[in-house]
Design a protein around this ligand. Structure first.
Ligand code: CTP
Length: 404
């Protein structure tokens, strides 16, 4: 049985010549057993008719936000909740811009804002419009919000140009939708993953501390991705603004020393995988002042005496508590060379190297680009949202584990 059987799919069509192909997509989806409802933008109506889409989907077609008769039946919020997936095909440059801005000035953008279901876009536009920095910036914004982008393909365009911007063919869109809705396999059931995330916070006195800019997003995304595949996950986290992913056991700590003890405690139940995604402060105060430190005398300088923190991942690796040890290497130069030496020095199986000097990725950003290194291999997944990357990293770690 197709993974699409009984799935509720909302197909949005925006203004573009490729809109005629979406009729075939709707036909393929309904043939596979999906329940499909179609929403047209004003622009789409110049290319396809409500009548045709009503006939192929078997449902009335919606196109206006404030439609009294439709609000009586299925209001727009209900429609947003009804969908298991929203696919916009073709997605015009104008639609991408409005969606990236969070606008809700027609039915389709409103549905995209109101839904909690995954949203996929199949962009289609002239090649120069696709290449334009404004479109590319909107694209990056949407990717960082986990909108799935299918295509565009390259080739001859309706306007006579040649280049990237053609909508993917209906059969390819169909396959991509099947993949997006395929149930996630629970192949990590029975495994225990321990993951550190966020910064550590090292007290100076009762009101001050030493810390760093880590947001914790990468570690949290990894925890969610491993949990989704059935692993039991313990997330040892420094202070962050993030909610614990559903089903993940979070232990909140502040200092590096606390992080080490919390990990040791978590690993009493042996871990299959340990991932050190935390940005652990390398040093802490030799002595934390018990009272707020005061400016004394006339000196413009102040000296703090710091001592080295334990290296959480290197210590755990020596103690042999996890079958597979995975570290991160945050570097600003010679990324691969420094990462390789950290892999060896800390006794790790894999190291995920990222360049934190780049402002478009890494620390405090929604996107990341990394290179994963083992003793003798190297992988570079594309730049993508931290949650999409986390899914790929969990897959890579799982595959590596099976070859150990
Ligand atoms: N790490 C750790 N404990 C520390 C320092 C780092 O567990 N005290 C872990 C991090 O979680 C990461 C890896 O070690 O998985 C590398 O962290 P990074 O900050 O890049 O390296 P450092 O060892 O701190 O080296 P340096 O600051 O000299 O680059």
């Amino acid at each position: 049985m197709s993974s699409l059987a009984n799935k509720q799919i909302l197909v949005g069509i925006t203004g573009g010549i490729a809109a005629y192909k979406t009729i075939e997509l709707v036909r393929l989806l309904t043939k596979a057993g999906a329940d499909v409802q179609v929403v047209l933008t004003e622009g789409a109506k110049a290319f396809v008719t409500e009548m045709t889409l009503q006939a192929v989907s078997g449902h009335p077609v919606r196109s206006t936000l404030l439609d009294p008769s439709a609000e009586l039946g299925m209001g727009h919020i209900e429609l947003a909740k009804w969908a298991d997936l929203i696919i916009i095909a073709p997605a015009s440059a104008d639609f991408m811009a409005r969606y990236a801005q969070g606008m809700a000035n027609d039915l389709l953008t409103t549905l995209c804002l109101a839904t909690e279901a995954p949203v996929a876009l199949a962009p289609a536009m002239n090649q120069a419009m696709w290449k334009h920095p404004a479109t590319q910036t909107n694209l990056q914004t949407l990717i960082s919000r986990d909108v799935a982008i299918i295509g565009p393909a390259s080739g001859a365009q309706a306007c006579g140009d040649v280049g990237a911007g053609r909508m993917e063919e209906p059969v390819d869109l169909f396959k991509a939708i099947e993949q997006l809705l395929a149930p996630i396999q629970q192949d990590l059931a029975g495994q225990h993953w321990v993951i550190t995330a966020g910064p550590t916070m090292e007290a100076i006195d009762p009101v001050r501390y030493i810390s760093n800019h880590s947001s914790g997003k990468m570690g949290y995304a990894l925890a969610a991705a491993a949990q989704a595949r059935g692993a039991s996950v313990t997330l040892v986290s420094g202070p962050t603004q993030l909610d614990a992913p559903q089903g993940v056991k979070r232990i909140e700590i502040k200092s590096a020393e606390d992080m080490l003890s919390a990990c040791r405690e978590a690993m009493v139940k042996p871990a299959d995988v340990f991932i050190g995604a935390a940005a652990v402060a390398d040093f802490r105060m030799k002595e934390v002042a018990s009272q707020k430190m005061k400016k004394t005398g006339d000196s413009d300088e102040m000296q703090l005496t710091l001592v080295k923190n334990p290296d959480v991942i290197a210590t755990l690796s020596q103690e042999n508590t996890a079958k597979c040890m995975v570290g991160f290497a945050a570097e600003t130069q010679d990324v691969i060379a420094y990462a390789k030496s950290k892999l060896e020095r800390k006794g790790l199986d894999l190291i995920i190297a990222n360049d934190v000097s780049r402002t478009d990725i890494g620390f405090n950003n929604d996107e990341n680009q990394v290179t994963v290194l083992s003793k003798d291999q190297q992988w570079t997944p594309p730049k993508e949202s931290k949650s999409a990357l986390a899914i790929e990293l969990v897959e890579l770690i799982t595959q590596y584990q099976s070859t150990k």
